[in-house]
Ligand binder design. Structure first.
Ligand code: CAA
Length: 286
């Protein structure tokens, strides 16, 4: 397949990950069309991006005119049809297969036949998502890490039928975004989550086994293993619901007991303790 030069990028879903990806892309000079299901959610994402870019201006990491230019490159919509001219669309919606399949089917009807379709899924199969469309060669995974503007890695995931051209175009976009892309195949959890999810769940089990407090567990892993943030702080950042869901999805595929979410964290999810986004998880956030 011939891939167009990528200038205009659609981002579908502007939650923490989608907004972070959109921020990176406008900073890197791409034109962005961000799609949310309501104007309110779109405005919330715009405010979040404007806030973080203002912090960069305050810290003299970016000029004020550059911030204005970047924000001017971000257009918001609730209508998927506005993504028609995009050269690449990155999906960052809810981590459920059904809605993703529905979205990819709709996108195939809207975008040009040579546009690339990428998913930011962290625990679902890119091949299963690609099966929704009649042109799976243009579908790849572009898996960013939370917080997307700060974490240097992006995993470029080759699904069963992805073309070389689509994979390499995604790598080039990752580089233009200032990331360090790696290429990998579509196996459960790809590279990082295959290692990190069981590891985090081991950490959470140690809370009960060693009767250690979340604060002391975090100190153990930052001061004793050199992690940039402790496991409880990290799970609060990622979102307890997101972590439980990713653990369950990976466990369903690999059936290794270490991957299953510990009962303690499932109970936290059920109680609405979702971490930073709900104001309370292992820690409180005011
Ligand atoms: N979006 C955009 N900008 C952000 C941001 C966000 N979410 N969070 C912070 N920033 C900006 C802020 O403006 C901040 O500056 P101010 O506080 O002065 O406003 C600036 O970035 C620097 O932030 P920090 O001081 O918090 O940065 P730090 O040097 O302490 O590093 C960190 C923060 C990069 C998150 C570091 O602690 C780290 O590497 N933690 C580990 C994170 C990690 O492991 N992530 C992977 C999670 S797993 C995953 O994502 C997989 C999955 O599929 C779920």
């Amino acid at each position: 397949m011939t891939v167009p030069e990528i200038r205009r990028v659609g981002v579908v879903g502007l939650g923490a990950m989608g907004a972070g990806i959109a921020q990176l892309a406008i900073e890197a000079g791409f034109e962005i069309v961000g799609r949310e299901v309501s104007a309110e959610l779109g405005a919330k994402a715009h405010d979040r991006i404007a806030h973080f870019l203002q912090r960069k201006v305050d810290k003299e990491q970016m000029g004020a005119p550059e911030r204005e230019r970047a924000l001017g490159a971000l257009s918001l919509t609730t209508d998927l049809a506005d993504l028609a001219d995009c050269d690449l669309v990155i999906e960052a919606i809810v981590e459920d297969l059904g809605p993703k399949l529905e979205l990819f089917r709709a996108l195939e009807e809207i975008v040009r036949p040579d546009a690339i379709l990428a998913t930011n899924t962290s625990a679902l199969s890119v091949t299963e998502i690609a099966a929704a469309v009649s042109t799976p060669e243009r579908v790849v995974g572009m898996h960013f890490f939370n917080p997307a503007p700060l974490m240097p890695l992006v995993e470029i995931v080759r699904a069963q039928l992805s073309s070389d051209e689509a994979v390499e175009a995604a790598v080039t976009v990752g580089e233009k975004l200032g990331k360090r892309p790696i290429r990998c195949h579509d196996t459960p959890g790809f590279v990082v989550n295959r290692v990190l999810i069981p590891l985090l769940n081991d950490c959470l089990r140690v809370l009960d086994e060693a009767r250690v407090s979340p604060e002391d567990l975090d100190t153990a892993m930052t001061a004793g293993a050199g992690w940039p943030m402790g496991p409880c702080t990290l799970v609060d950042l990622v979102g307890i619901d997101v972590h439980v869901h990713a653990s369950e999805a990976l466990y369903e595929k690999l059936r290794e007991p270490r991957i299953a979410p510990p009962a303690r964290i499932v109970a936290m999810k059920n109680a609405g303790l979702l971490g930073r986004k709900s104001g309370r998880g292992f820690y409180r956030y005011d």
